[in-house]
Design a protein around this ligand. Structure first.
Ligand SMILES: Nc1ncnc2c1ncn2[C@@H]1O[C@H](COP(=O)(O)OP(=O)(O)OP(=O)(O)O)[C@@H](O)[C@H]1O
Length: 734
């Protein structure tokens, strides 16, 4: 995912597309559902000042920032967008690309979806073969090609199954009634280039059309170069493709907003009982208090203002390791404070070393780069970095796909000590020589397993071999995640030694928590629900839940819009987030969800990782993900920081049997009830050799230096081609 980040979901390219399904082609889904209709607009046409919106979403929103209610947004997120790289997969096959649509692959509706992960992968892989999307940049500029293909799917009317909006008009009404789903609907859904909708989503296929929103320039494009990445100039305007002009609103700058946070929950103290294993030589001892870390006064003040009084386990172990200058791979359960675990010691070092105060320069040379797979996640990390560096001369900057490249450059040239970036945008900016790497002392890969898989791995390899990038001996490399799939571990410790490319040989490995890594504060329920009953069940559950904040995960981008529209029609205020939405729509959706304006957020895997949203009480897996790690990340959006949460998953025996065994393992380890029917399915779907764990240890992840001495099924690019690359996970983000 170069970046979908949400767009890698990582694909910025796709972000501006709003699906309109063509009746004839998609009159029925793979499973027979009548999903031929679709969301209407999608999103936001609303040009209200984003600033208001942003503030509502967690910073202001009528919440009290200096206190527990303040929503803090920030942090990671991600997805698993894998597929194809070196594995002979192609996006066309999955129907993610234009060709799918153009070819009229009627079966592709659901299959397509899988790829919400947006970013890099998309770019790096199949697209290049078609002459579009070359080389990993995450540019939105490339969107047109894709969108163009989709542009033909407009004007669909028709049924969407019982109770679903029956046509665009209905959808409009639905939107208006609920006042929120996709913002105001853009007027023209047909034709080329009329208004936001057409231009940015589908009209761009033809390359014509204007688009003007707040803070945005009117842009037009011939579409000739629509396949170009940012790096190729697509976004920067060097070519004629439509430019990405979205400029995100600046976050609030008042101290209360910066330090807004939510309360730790009743189970925060139970973190102390979690098992921790540190492997590697000469690990420094854990610290028990913030005081023991001996941080400078400003940093200590900021920690106190953030409401942190006690270290979480991953912080207890990681902070001294990083302070000692060691490389680290750390795995700890979702919502347990990994962000601060790397930010605090990095900032402490920077303060100790007397980092040079930022000042305007055409070429900035940051000391630290933090990379994460999705846009929303890097934004969260940035806000955390800004919070902890408050009152210091350290300047943090965030850049990500789906926004105007010029805006990213302007942020950087004003000074940059810590650069938080999605991979695609980072590589573009490096290519434009706005960032020099010579001063890099810290390289952080958040959601490291995701950053090293076939989606982002190649981009990360490029990053570490960029001219000027200090060798691994000269820099400190830190990797964090809640999961560390066996596939990645193999890569890490196999003969190809992925770890050796990134980390010093004496790196330390910290594993916090239990097998599978699911947070015990999340009460997990698995229901057997067939495809045709899912919507009804969802509505029933949501009606019982009432206004409590709920994330509903679905398999595909189109389905996300479809279900969101359906819920709107059911008068349940809902919004959606996925890699086909424009960045500003994504931010608006997240804002509406954070603020409670839309208590239901329908999301693809793009929102599975890292997002730290206050008061998410429920996660519903409308569709189960393809891998158990993805499941762990998804349900980790609730039950964070010692708070409790609930996760309900619809298990469809038609499609989910492969998950039965790992699911039972995760449920058991988290001391959850295992339904008898699930055990039966697992038994009948027994896979010889399956241990119930992908890791084979009581720890969430293990240091497989012990186990893997060679061998793995690696492709020529050095990345595995096994199940981790399931296309369903490719929802990409950046
Ligand atoms: N020591 C602490 N005391 C109080 N709150 C904390 C502490 N450490 C982290 N938090 C808060 O806990 C929440 C979760 O932290 P964070 O987002 O870093 O978790 P994570 O482990 O990275 O989760 P994920 O795996 O989902 O990315 C954040 O709101 C963060 O501010």
């Amino acid at each position: 995912m170069g970046d979908e980040d949400w767009e890698a979901e990582i694909n910025p390219h796709m972000s501006s597309y709003v699906p309109i399904f063509e009746k004839d082609r998609y009159s029925s889904g793979e499973n027979g559902d009548n999903f031929n209709m679709a969301p209407t607009s999608s999103s936001e046409t609303d040009d209200r000042p984003r600033r208001d919106h942003f503030m509502k979403s967690g910073f202001a929103s009528g919440r009290n920032f200096g206190n527990r209610d303040a929503g803090e947004s920030n942090k990671r997120g991600n997805t698993s967008a894998m597929g194809g790289f070196g594995a002979g997969r192609s996006f066309g096959y999955r129907g993610f690309s234009n060709s799918k649509f153009e070819d009229g692959d009627s079966s592709g509706f659901w299959r397509e979806s899988s790829n919400d992960c947006e970013d890099n992968q998309t770019r790096n892989r199949g697209f290049s073969k078609r002459g579009g999307y070359r080389d990993g940049s995450n540019s939105d500029a490339s969107g047109p090609t894709r969108r163009g293909g989709r542009g033909s799917f407009r004007g669909c009317h028709g049924g969407f199954g019982q109770g679903s909006p029956s046509n665009e008009l209905d959808q409009d009404k639905c939107m208006q009634r609920t006042g929120g789903l996709f913002g105001s609907r853009r007027p023209a859904l047909s034709g080329t280039g009329n208004g936001d909708t057409s231009q940015s989503r589908s009209g761009s296929g033809s390359g014509r059309g204007g688009y003007k929103g707040l803070n945005e320039e009117v842009v037009t494009g011939s579409g000739k170069n629509s396949g170009k990445s940012e790096a190729e100039g697509g976004e920067s305007g060097d070519t004629q493709g439509p430019k990405v002009t979205y400029i995100p609103p600046p976050p609030p700058e008042d101290e209360d907003s910066i330090f807004a946070h939510y309360q730790t929950g009743i189970n925060f103290d139970k973190y102390d009982t979690i098992l921790v294993e540190v492997s590697g030589h000469d690990a420094p001892p854990a610290i028990l208090t913030f005081e023991e870390a001996n941080l400078c006064q400003t940093l200590s003040n900021n920690i106190a203002k953030a409401g942190y009084t006690k270290l979480t386990p991953v912080q207890k172990y990681s902070i001294p390791i990083i302070l000692a200058g060691r490389d680290l791979m750390a795995c700890a359960q979702t919502g347990s404070g990994k962000t601060a675990a790397f930010l605090l010691p990095i900032l402490a070092h920077m303060m100790r070393d007397g980092v040079t105060a930022s000042r305007f320069k055409e070429l900035q040379e940051p000391e630290c780069i933090i990379v994460a797979p999705t846009r929303e996640l890097v934004n969260q990390i940035y806000l955390e970095a800004r919070k902890f560096s408050f009152g210091t001369c350290v300047r943090a900057v965030v850049i990500y796909g789906g926004t105007q490249l010029g805006h990213s450059i302007r942020q950087i040239v004003q000074g940059c000590n810590i650069l938080c970036a999605t991979p695609g945008r980072l590589m573009d900016i490096i290519g434009k020589e706005k960032i020099g790497l010579k001063q890099i002392k810290y390289l952080v890969l958040d959601e490291a397993d995701r950053m090293l898989d076939m989606g982002f791995g190649p981009e990360m390899k490029k990053l570490i071999s960029c001219p000027g990038m200090p060798s691994k001996e000269q820099r400190q490399t830190l990797m964090f995640s809640a999961t560390f799939p066996e596939e990645i571990q193999r890569l890490f410790h196999s003969s190809l030694r992925l770890a050796a490319e990134f980390l010093k040989s004496n790196y330390l490995f910290v594993a916090v928590g239990q097998v599978g890594g699911a947070c015990r504060d999340v009460q997990q329920t698995v229901l057997q629900v067939g495809q045709f009953s899912k919507r009804e069940k969802l509505v029933e559950i949501l009606r019982n839940i009432g206004d409590e904040r709920t994330m509903v995960f679905v398999e595909t981008k189109k389905k996300a819009d479809f279900i969101a529209t359906f819920l709107c029609q059911e008068k349940i205020s809902t919004t959606s987030i996925h890699g086909d939405r424009e960045q500003r729509e994504r931010e608006q959706a997240l804002g509406d969800f954070r603020s409670g304006k839309c208590p239901v957020l329908v999301a693809t895997s793009v929102a599975a990782r890292g997002l730290d949203i206050e008061n998410v009480q429920h996660v519903i897996n409308f569709d189960l993900p393809s891998t158990i790690d993805e499941y762990v990340h998804r349900i980790g959006r609730t039950g964070r920081c010692g708070n409790t949460g609930r996760a309900i998953s619809f298990f469809d025996p038609e499609s989910d049997n492969h998950l039965a065994q790992p699911l039972i393992k995760v449920l058991t380890d988290a001391q959850q009830d295992v339904p008898a029917w699930l055990e039966e399915i697992a038994f009948s779907a027994y896979i010889p050799g399956f241990s119930g764990s992908t890791r084979g240890s009581v720890f969430a992840s293990v240091d497989t230096r012990k186990n893997y001495q060679g061998k793995s099924t690696l492709n020529t690019a050095g990345f595995s081609s096994s199940q981790m690359s399931n296309p369903v996970d490719d929802e990409s983000w950046d």
